[in-house]
Design a protein around this ligand. Structure first.
Ligand code: FMN
Length: 381
């Protein structure tokens, strides 16, 4: 196994994470819904795009700074919200938030993170976004927003592609739970990763920290309480209600069509976030990169367009920017880094992607993000 400093690309970080984490934990990051067709499609379709360079440009100074939904960022890519980061490294969200702060990019935090918004804010003075769901108990939603606002989070992402949980078959097969349970079936997997097991045993229990003190009397415990709070009646009206509750930009995360993008504009969303939850929800939906152009056209500059899904290379970021994304969010790319080596691993993931992006911009013949246009890419049939 290569040491972390010698990892050359995100694929190397993935292999390191695979070696360091119990299989059930690695599979929770790596897997997707059912036959994982959309998971693979996100990656494959990005790669099928063709880039077109211009030669003999002065590329002596490359500038990757940009503004994404009102937030200034040194990079056009940033951290997407993912649940329970302490599963992958004992420092969890704090490790990721510190690495994002050092890279001067946006940290966006899952509502079901394993660290509180206040603790994240204490280590992350830079731009921070909070991801939310519209819970059945709207009072709980309002409380979450008030806490996020007080902690200095500036924007929200409302995730709308989790009407019900996706069918991720690797997890029940591995008997994976949050927090993980050590049983006869999982013991061998866990004990063959002693460093991870030691940290799990000696760190505070992994819980959704923003829910401490609520739902404790639910028969299914805190995770049962959260499951019971998913509201199957949520509609555009409720999304509009959320936008009204927050005095700042709200992105709608999980949009895959022009018609839904127009609904986002109608409720006053500041951002339209093209995502299929990294292929973890409805299998066989299209790759996000194939949905991006119609969303960009429908939005037509009236809101920020954010893209995620399948980004593993600087050229993936270039492709999404060329097709009109204002910002690109990365998920597994940084989670592999987190599993591979905590904060240093996340920093390594960010450094790999930013080094690739800067080199790719030079080779493409552009020096600023705004110079990347549709002419730089052609789409596969
Ligand atoms: C392990 C894991 C947990 C996730 N948890 C959340 C979450 O709590 N909230 C959310 O909106 N999206 C969540 N996502 C989806 C990501 O925000 C993002 O849409 C996806 O990871 C992008 O695809 P990529 O991993 O290929 O970059 C999660 C994704 C992964 C891999």
């Amino acid at each position: 196994m290569i040491p972390l400093p010698r990892a050359r690309n995100i694929a190397d970080l993935r292999l390191l994470a695979k070696a360091r984490l119990p299989r059930m934990v690695f599979d929770y990051i790596d897997g997707g819904a059912e036959d994982e067709i959309t998971l693979a499609r996100n990656v494959d379709r990005l790669r099928e795009h063709t880039l077109h360079w211009s030669v003999l440009k002065d590329i002596s100074s490359i500038d990757t700074t940009t503004t994404i939904m009102g937030a200034e960022s040194a990079l056009p890519f940033f951290i997407t919200p993912t649940a329970a980061s302490r599963l992958f490294h004992y420092e969890g969200e704090l490790a990721v938030a510190r690495a994002a702060t050092k890279a001067k990019t946006i940290y966006s935090m899952s509502t079901i993170g394993s660290t509180s918004v206040e603790d994240v804010a204490a280590v992350a003075p830079g731009p921070k976004w909070f991801q939310v769901y519209v819970w059945k108990d709207r009072g709980l939603v309002r409380e979450g927003l008030a806490r996020a606002k007080a902690a200095g989070f500036t924007a929200l992402a409302l995730t709308v592609d989790v009407a019900v949980a996706g069918n991720r078959e690797r997890d029940p097969k591995n008997r994976f739970t949050i927090p993980p349970k050590i049983s006869m079936t999982t013991a061998l997997d866990v004990l063959s990763h002693p460093t991870w097991a030691y940290r799990l045993a000696t760190s505070p229990r992994i819980t959704p920290a923003n829910f401490d003190g609520v739902g404790g009397d639910h028969p299914g415990g805190i995770m049962g309480f959260i499951d019971s709070q998913f509201d199957r009646t949520v509609s555009w009206k409720d999304a509009g209600w959320l936008v009204e509750q927050w005095d700042g930009p709200v992105a709608i995360k999980g949009v895959m069509s022009a018609s839904d993008a127009r609904e986002c504009l109608a409720i006053g969303a500041g951002g339209v976030w093209v995502s299929n939850h990294g292929g973890r929800q409805l299998d066989r939906v299209s790759a996000t990169i194939d949905a991006l152009p119609e969303v960009v056209d429908a939005v037509s500059g009236r809101a920020s367009v954010i893209f995620d899904g399948g980004v593993r290379r600087g050229t993936d970021i270039l492709t999404a920017l060329a097709l009109g994304a204002d910002g690109v969010a990365i998920g597994r790319a940084y989670l592999y880094g987190l599993g591979a080596g905590g904060e240093a691993g996340v920093s390594k993931a960010l450094e790999i992607l930013s080094t690739e992006l800067r080199r790719d911009m030079a080779l493409l013949g552009v020096t600023r993000i705004a110079e990347i246009t549709r002419g730089h890419v052609s789409r596969p049939r």
